[in-house]
Design a protein around this ligand. Structure first.
Ligand SMILES: [Zn+2]
Ligand SMILES: [Zn+2]
Length: 114
């Protein structure tokens, strides 16, 4: 079930920023200092992400909403985290990485299973 009452495209500015952005950041959800490697788009501690990319790594999205890890899915032998933006409802999946906290992933999986 998805709510459609908010516009998902507040603007349509074209920005050509298809590059790998390496940056360290402070997780706005749990405050962990995250070492960026250019592919990290979520916090390895709490698994929350931020809606800043239109395409992975481009940082072209203006929304900036926090993206909640809503569930874990399996796809072709990979574990995927499903993130949902709290601000605009945008849903995106990201691969669960080795540095991600497995206990937190289990918590997400448990919470989704109700
Ligand atoms: Zn965090
Ligand atoms: Zn958003």
């Amino acid at each position: 079930m998805q709510s459609e009452f908010k516009s998902r495209r507040p603007d349509n500015m074209q920005e050509k920023k298809f590059k790998r952005t390496v940056e360290d950041f402070i997780c706005e959800h749990c405050g962990a200092a995250v070492k960026g490697n250019g592919y990290t788009n979520h916090c390895p501690k709490c698994l929350w992400s931020k809606h800043v990319d239109k395409n992975p790594g481009d940082r072209a999205e203006k929304c900036g909403g926090m993206m909640r890890p809503v569930r874990i899915e399996q796809e072709g032998g990979k574990m995927m985290i499903v993130h949902e933006c709290e601000k605009c409802g945008f849903v995106r999946r990201a691969e669960l990485r080795r540095q991600d906290d497995p206990a937190e992933a289990i918590e997400v999986a448990k919470k989704a299973d109700f």
